[in-house]
Design a protein around this ligand. Structure first.
Ligand code: HEC
Length: 204
């Protein structure tokens, strides 16, 4: 009796699921439409096309967060490119330079730059000792007079034999490195008179 009931149930299921044993030209009945007939940008990706003349970017979070929107658009040319609106390099670092910022710059310089430029910036890093093209001394007269934005640009895009570091170093850290390069230059051109009284005994 139970076996019989099972078979009947199976038969009913077949009929319900549309298996009538014969081919049909009619479109099968779509029980759950599930937005299946919406225009799509790409199958399985978006449920609708973006409005004409717009570009898709970011995600839900980017729309609500001004910060990530800014990081995506990078509209602030001074901070992101080291340049003014007219394309010339900015003369000073567009961030607050304090002790923590300099320490950060020192740490980043020693990680990313010292392999070639050495820790004091004279250009005798380990990679150079093993045969890489020697960089100039960062304390060279010419580099004392360049804009801060120029140094930022060299780090971002590289120059001649020097590779670019935009991918590895975020913008704020690149500016911190610029601040530290300025400190290294001061060290090379400074004298004992520049050292504050309180720090004199540390160097003597
Ligand atoms: C792989 C080695 C290497 C690394 C790492 C490196 N540099 Fe350089 N850098 C060079 C070389 C080589 C030159 C000289 C390029 C040339 O003139 O061909 C140079 C040149 C420069 C110049 C002078 C640009 C000019 O106008 O002549 C600056 C400033 C500079 N580097 C800063 C940095 C800073 C800051 C970092 C760390 C973010 C860094 N470099 C990392 C190899 C390196």
């Amino acid at each position: 009796m139970q076996k019989c009931l099972g078979l009947v149930c199976l038969g009913v299921l077949f009929v319900l699921s549309g298996c009538r044993g014969a081919r049909s030209e009619k479109t099968p009945f779509h029980l759950n439409p599930n937005f299946d007939w919406q225009p799509k940008y790409k199958a399985q990706m978006l449920t609708s096309l973006p409005p004409e003349g717009t570009v898709i970017w970011g995600n839900e979070h980017s729309f609500s967060s001004a910060k990530s929107r800014e990081q995506y658009l990078k509209e602030d040319a001074t901070f992101y490119n080291g340049k003014l609106a007219n394309g010339s390099f900015v003369s000073t670092i567009p961030l607050k330079v304090d002790e923590a910022f300099m320490k950060r710059g020192q740490e980043r310089f020693n990680i990313y730059c010292a392999v070639c430029h050495d820790q004091s910036g004279t250009g005798h890093g380990l990679v150079v000792q093993r045969g890489f093209a020697p960089p100039p001394n960062l304390g060279d007269e010419r580099l004392l007079t360049v804009q801060d934005g120029y140094l930022f640009d060299v780090i971002s895009h590289g120059i001649r034999n020097m590779p670019a570091y935009a991918k590895q170093i975020p913008e704020a850290d690149r500016w911190a490195i610029v601040a530290y390069v300025r400190a290294l230059q001061k060290v090379q051109h400074g004298s004992v008179e520049d050292v504050p009284e309180s720090s004199l005994k540390e160097i003597k």
